[in-house]
Design a binder for this molecule. Structure first.
Ligand SMILES: Cc1cc2nc3c(=O)[nH]c(=O)nc-3n(C[C@H](O)[C@H](O)[C@H](O)COP(=O)(O)OP(=O)(O)OC[C@H]3O[C@@H](n4cnc5c(N)ncnc54)[C@H](O)[C@@H]3O)c2cc1C
Ligand code: FES
Length: 334
């Protein structure tokens, strides 16, 4: 007989029945609740959550190490009793429903030597909606998944824009860059992710490497007014100038209000480059040795994100809960 336990999130008191092999995160997402998460497969740690009471297990071979005492990774944890979790980010009413659908490619623009801006149309009846900063999974023929963040402002017409970088020998991203074309059909599922702007008055730092710009572009476009009030600086890192494939757009955003700034940073520039150089998180540290009053939203390369989180917390006084990120972990076994 299938055992059902109750997963409860505090302080919202949302209580959900959980099927025997369902992870805590899947149980919540299926019901329209969004505990903090990003990769959904145990690699980014965004979902590390304190267990108030109860027990969980992990499927064979995937036990996470280095967890804080009394915490679990909700994307891997399967309840073995009723479980209560400390998850202040979980709202008391359900939000977006996750939907699976076929989406038609409407355009593919190769905007640099390895980045394609892809636009797709979700079907009218699918009722697909997302919050700025969220992502969808593209489901490949064999069931493998690849995640891509929406870069556009959520629109009633169901259009979606992605920025996809072709990874060296990358299975899906190379296909996108080399072959994908208008009218192709993709199977997608979403929205996922909790990398969304928190309601706050704190000034903020946006930090991206490469196509990590995509969800940040969505937030910038959607929340222009509140960002101008709070004050925001966007640091965008790449190796060469070409990697910052939407430089004019980022500059236009910064020029739209006195409180907004854009700082491009290149780690391997050519001789013509007159801007900042080095690692992008080091540029933030140099400009903001005290980040104690800030929120940081970081997206892109996992190494950049780990380094930024570490340096900002240990050397710049950033409050632990004020670092939000989506780590573009790749999916060798996914
Ligand atoms: C939440 C989230 C959001 C994301 N959003 C975006 C986005 O907006 N834009 C974007 O460009 N990307 C994004 N990504 C990354 C994206 O999902 C894919 O991982 C990426 O496009 C690579 O997919 P791929 O199939 O081309 O590469 P894969 O085939 O998965 O390979 C990835 C890399 O690993 C290497 N590799 C493959 N197999 C092996 C092996 N056996 N051993 C060693 N190395 C190997 C490949 O050469 C390649 O460089 C996101 C990821 C996450 C988790
Ligand atoms: S480790 Fe759980 S969402 Fe990434």
């Amino acid at each position: 007989m299938m055992t059902t336990f109750v997963v409860k999130f505090e302080p919202s008191n949302v209580a959900l029945p959980s099927e025997s092999d369902s992870t805590v995160l899947d149980t919540a997402l299926a019901a329209g609740f969004f505990p903090k998460h990003s990769c959904r497969r145990g690699e980014c740690r965004a979902c590390e959550t304190r267990v108030v009471s109860g027990d969980v297990r992990y499927a064979a071979g995937v036990t996470p190490d280095g967890l804080k005492p009394g915490h679990c990774l909700t994307c891997l944890a399967i309840p073995t009793s009723d479980v209560v979790l400390d998850a202040p980010e979980v709202a008391s009413v359900p939000g977006r429903r996750i939907v699976k659908m076929g989406a038609r490619v409407t355009s593919v623009d190769r905007v640099s030597g390895d980045v394609a801006v892809v636009r797709v149309q979700t079907p009218a009846g699918s009722d697909f909606k997302f919050n700025p900063g969220q992502y969808v999974d593209v489901v490949l023929r064999d069931g493998a998944r690849r995640s891509y963040s929406m870069a556009n402002v959520p629109a009633d017409d169901g259009r979606v824009e992605w920025h996809i970088r072709a990874m060296p020998a990358g299975r899906f991203s190379q296909h996108v860059y080399q072959n994908l074309k208008a009218r192709d059909l993709l199977r997608i599922e979403g929205p996922f992710g909790s990398f969304t702007l928190r309601d706050s008055e704190a000034p903020l730092i946006f930090l991206a490497s490469g196509t990590g710009y995509a969800p940040i572009a969505s937030m910038m476009r959607a929340h222009g007014g509140s960002l101008a009030k709070r004050g925001a600086t966007f640091y965008w890192g790449g190796r060469r100038e070409e990697d910052l494939y939407a430089m004019e757009e980022a500059m236009a955003w910064a020029n739209s209000a006195a409180n907004l700034k854009f700082v491009p940073v290149l780690s391997d520039p050519d001789d013509q480059w007159r801007g900042r150089t080095g690692f992008v998180h080091e540029a933030v540290q140099k400009d903001h040795p005290d980040l104690s009053g800030f929120e940081v939203y970081a997206c892109g390369n996992p190494l950049m994100i780990d380094a930024a989180r570490h340096v900002f917390r240990t050397e710049c006084g950033l409050v632990e809960n004020n670092f939000f990120n989506d780590s573009f972990v790749t999916a060798v076994n996914w």
